[in-house]
Ligand binder design. Structure first.
Ligand SMILES: [Zn+2]
Length: 195
């Protein structure tokens, strides 16, 4: 497994429609494993392949509680079969929009068909934060970000902030670091920042 750099918005690569996978084979499973490791390191509860520069319809999600065992989900070619009539509002963030948050309304429940890690067709019925997360990640496959669900004014404020930050950092990606208790590494990072 490997951690992959995450593309930061605004970026044309995040605005493209991703292509379906033919099958979940070894290459896609490797991508799924890398995406999960990247997501956990960030840390985040969902990640879509376009965020790591791969225009394929693959997402990973783990909306389990922090104090509960991990419940990773791997979804290829996810397809919305049904969405509830009622909306719920969550304050959403996104690993491609670091440190930016906004309230977004989405159907509070949904049913999705997908190919799992073994290339088997599965269906999942989700509600609450898991439903929000799956819909947020599926949006990425259409080239949509959570800021596309909020007012144009709020969107432009957030995107302008990110553009400024990217210019200051001279980078359009960021690389999550594996969390570690190793003080030596923490110190190294500290001095790297100081330079
Ligand atoms: Zn996102």
């Amino acid at each position: 497994m490997a951690i992959r750099p995450i593309i930061i918005a605004p970026d044309p690569r995040l605005k493209k429609r991703a292509a379906p996978v033919d099958a979940v084979d070894g290459e896609i499973r490797r991508l799924m494993d890398d995406m999960l490791e990247t997501m956990y390191a960030a840390p985040g509860i969902g990640l879509a392949a376009p965020q790591v520069g791969v225009l394929k319809r693959v997402i990973v999600v783990d909306a389990s509680r922090k104090d509960a065992p991990p419940e990773p989900l791997f979804l290829a070619n996810p397809e919305l079969l049904w969405a509830g009539d009622e909306d719920s509002v969550y304050e959403e963030g996104c690993l491609s929009l670091p440190d930016q948050f906004a309230d977004v309304a989405r159907p509070e429940a949904c049913r999705v068909r997908y190919l799992d890690k073994d290339n088997e067709t599965q269906e999942i019925e989700a509600e609450g934060i898991l439903a929000t997360c799956i819909q947020h990640e599926m949006d990425h496959l259409e080239g949509l970000l959570f800021v596309d669900h909020i007012s144009a004014l709020k969107r432009s404020i957030i995107l302008r902030r990110l553009t400024k930050q990217k210019k200051a950092d001279k980078s359009d990606v960021w690389v999550p670091k594996l969390r570690t208790a190793n003080a030596e590494i923490a110190e190294e990072e500290e001095s790297a920042r100081a330079l």
